[in-house]
Design a protein around this ligand. Structure first.
Ligand SMILES: [Zn+2]
Length: 106
């Protein structure tokens, strides 16, 4: 079947048997319980495996921890976006937010 396994995911590292095996082993050893336990986020039941050091630093999935979906996303977002809050009134500096979500230049 030419379509089998296509697309594996946006990141080809997540389509490999190596990843699937590592992920299942991680979740099973944690007894399908989330190990991130982020307060106010965690739902308890792990369905995903998180790279503790990030995939880029761990291409062979040696250091994984079980994570529930909300915790995993929370971790990814907080790692990827260390963006500070915009200064107060930043929208007032010449931009007007329209109801359709676009902004207009003055
Ligand atoms: Zn969790």
């Amino acid at each position: 079947m030419p379509w089998a396994g296509y697309p594996p995911s946006r990141n080809p590292a997540y389509g490999t048997p190596e990843w699937k095996t590592a992920r299942t082993r991680c979740l099973r050893s944690a007894n399908w319980r989330c190990e991130l336990r982020i307060e106010g986020v965690c739902i308890g039941t792990a369905t995903e495996a998180d790279h503790i050091d990030g995939l880029a630093n761990d291409p062979h999935h040696q250091r994984l921890q079980a994570a529930c979906k909300p915790c995993h996303h929370h971790k990814i977002l907080s790692r990827a976006a260390p963006a500070p809050d915009p200064p107060p009134g930043w929208l007032a500096g010449g931009f007007t937010m329209r109801e359709d979500g676009h902004h207009e230049c003055p």
